[in-house]
Design a protein around this ligand. Structure first.
Ligand SMILES: NC(=O)c1ccc[n+]([C@@H]2O[C@H](COP(=O)([O-])OP(=O)(O)OC[C@H]3O[C@@H](n4cnc5c(N)ncnc54)[C@H](O)[C@@H]3O)[C@@H](O)[C@H]2O)c1
Length: 370
């Protein structure tokens, strides 16, 4: 915001940040503030304490006037070019659809929606308001993930992707909305699983999965000792509980016959938080080992390898600073906003992802420890 200036002949995108919690404050506001293509013009949160705290800090850094509101409905189409929506999951589609119907373009956090019906409401709102919905996991924009995508192009016909994100300790805000099914829509599957499904889509294709089956379990979610220390360091151990899964294991098949195994865990007996994407094709396989997200308990470096005819070779890959992919996501947004062909793309991807998630939940037994 403070560095806002015209970029490539475009005036800065005027942004409203809707939801000033951990993601709004830690992911989006600092990066928007320093990005020359954006100007934060509005902050929205119903909690007056949060509003006052964040607005005080942002006003001190702002060059332009900053509007501070309690409800997204108060935003006006003429005053903002984009709303970044980072509210609790159960409000994503309601808040995003309201803004879209009012003609305000939206970037919504994952999970974009919690049911196919919500995806359809978003599609209808996009159509009614004539504004675009943008979304997608920043994981696709990591340098190591992109190197894997390049390598996947050399593996012949893609047959299978094994995608896992297993944290040692990382249940988000145990006892808060994240671990309440009615507010979060689910546990590790809608949270980490959404990122993984988004990250594998460029490899397996963006179409619907025709089969999806899985199991879920909750061996850690009720114990605050397994909480995500980086979110609220002072509160770890203070609250526990919840009725969602901390682990999902699933098997999916695309319409083209490519299979995907998915494993997402907020907590486990592993020593580190780790992400593995392994791609198997007719001409060889490739494997990326890294850590998605913001956890400090991570693999220190990313590694990428290729296996063919019995030989495994290491491939050079960059290990970036934590969160670099979110800056890259902001680099992309003005371009996507200006492209009329983007309309319908994010909502179609979200529909496919949530349809698969719904099927996995339908097939799974209730979490054992819920
Ligand atoms: N992309 C990522 O890596 C990533 C990481 C963390 C969280 N997230 C996502 O961001 C979203 C927010 O998560 P969080 O950790 O910041 O949660 P949080 O609970 O810390 O913050 C949510 C905020 O939204 C506010 N809010 C509630 N209703 C609102 C409304 N109608 N309008 C505006 N604000 C409202 C709350 O008062 C709160 O301040 C979630 O959907 C989560 O999945 C994404």
């Amino acid at each position: 915001m403070s560095g806002a200036s015209a970029v490539g002949g475009r005036r800065p995108v005027r942004v409203a940040v809707v939801g000033l919690g951990w993601a709004g404050r830690s992911i989006w506001l600092p990066r928007l503030r320093e990005h020359p293509a954006f100007e934060v013009v509005a902050l929205v949160d119903p909690d007056p304490r949060v509003r006052a705290e964040v607005a005080g800090r942002e006003r001190a850094a702002a060059e332009a006037a900053l509007t501070v509101l309690g409800r997204p409905e108060e935003l006006s189409r003429g005053a903002v070019d984009l709303a970044v929506v980072a509210v609790p999951n159960h409000l994503h589609s309601r808040v995003a659809a309201g803004l879209l119907a009012a003609g305000i373009p939206v970037f919504v956090e994952k999970p974009v929606c919690l049911s196919v019906a919500e995806a359809e409401a978003l599609a209808a709102a996009e159509l009614a308001g004539g504004a675009v919905l943008l979304a997608g996991s920043a994981a696709r924009l990591r340098a190591d993930t992109r190197a894997l995508y390049d390598l996947a192009g050399e593996l012949g016909t893609i047959r299978h992707v094994d995608a896992s994100w297993v944290r040692a300790r990382g249940v988000p805000d145990a006892g808060g909305w994240f671990t309440r099914r009615e507010l979060a829509g689910g546990g590790a599957l809608v949270d980490l699983g959404w990122h993984l499904l988004d990250a594998v889509a460029p490899i397996v294709g963006a179409g619907e999965f025709i089969q999806a089956v899985g199991t879920i379990s909750g061996d850690f979610v009720a114990d605050a000792a397994w909480g995500a220390s980086w979110r609220h360091p002072d509160a770890v151990g203070a609250a526990a509980g919840g009725n969602v899964e901390d682990t999902v294991r699933a098997f999916l098949v695309t319409g083209a016959g490519v299979s995907v195994t998915l494993r997402a865990s907020w907590a486990s007996h592993e020593p580190l938080d780790a992400t593995v994407l392994r791609v198997e094709g007719s001409a060889g396989s490739a494997e990326l080992r890294c850590t998605f997200g913001f956890s400090p308990n991570r693999r220190p470096v990313s590694s990428l390898s290729r296996t063919k005819d019995g030989a495994t070779t290491q491939v050079d890959v960059t290990t970036e600073p934590i969160g670099a992919e979110y800056r890259r996501q902001l680099d992309e947004l003005p371009v996507l906003l200006a492209d009329p062909a983007q309309r319908g793309i994010a909502v179609a991807q979200a529909r496919s992802t949530i349809a698969a998630i719904e099927r996995i939940y339908q097939s799974a037994a209730p979490p054992a420890a819920a």
